[in-house]
Design a protein around this ligand. Structure first.
Ligand code: DGT
Length: 157
């Protein structure tokens, strides 16, 4: 009887762990909505676009509509996918899908965030934002329509 050699272990035993996240760009009068992440939470105090993790069985759009209902108390129509990015926190990866939100019912309220603010897109750069967003800030700015005056283009370094 022949015995085959034990398989060489080439695969990593620890699988990558990915978390899908959705976030929304809500606009009003030329401003965009950001929320300050709550205390006792990861990235506490940082300013983010409203949204959260996609749950099993949800489409990205359903997940974002649910998150906006839970976090802001609004009924939103999720629009176009504007941007996607990935980021790694330790051994966990997140993939964030950013959607345009053009229509909603109700007035956004801070049901989850410490505070909500409508800011001009140009102001985002000066806020404390998650590294996942900071590293693609140029792409976010393009997606939310930041228009830098020529004289201040040196800010963008
Ligand atoms: P939970 O259920 O308490 O874990 O909370 P969720 O489902 O509201 O999700 P959350 O906000 O804890 O997870 C979103 C992850 O994505 C978190 O690690 C922060 C990261 N992230 C990076 N940039 C953004 C952003 O602009 N918006 C949102 N919502 N999350 C972002």
């Amino acid at each position: 009887m022949t015995t085959s050699a034990a398989p060489v272990k080439t695969r990593r035993t620890r699988k990558n762990h990915w978390i899908p996240v959705v976030a929304g760009f809500l606009r009003k009068d030329g401003r965009i909505l950001i929320g300050q992440r709550p205390e006792n939470n990861t990235l506490a105090g940082q300013w983010e676009f409203p949204g959260g993790k996609v749950e099993l069985g949800e489409s990205p759009e359903e997940a974002l509509a649910r998150e906006l209902r839970e976090e802001l108390g609004i009924e939103a129509t999720v629009g176009e996918l504007k941007l996607a990015c990935t980021h790694t926190y330790g051994d966990v990866g997140i993939m964030i899908l950013f959607f345009e939100i053009l229509f909603w019912k109700g007035e956004p309220k801070a049901k989850h965030h410490m505070m909500l603010e409508w800011i001009y897109p140009e102001e985002l750069r000066d806020r404390q934002i998650p590294e996942a967003n900071r590293k693609i800030l140029d792409r976010i700015e393009k997606a939310i329509g930041v228009q830098w005056p020529k004289s201040s283009s040196s800010r963008k370094g």
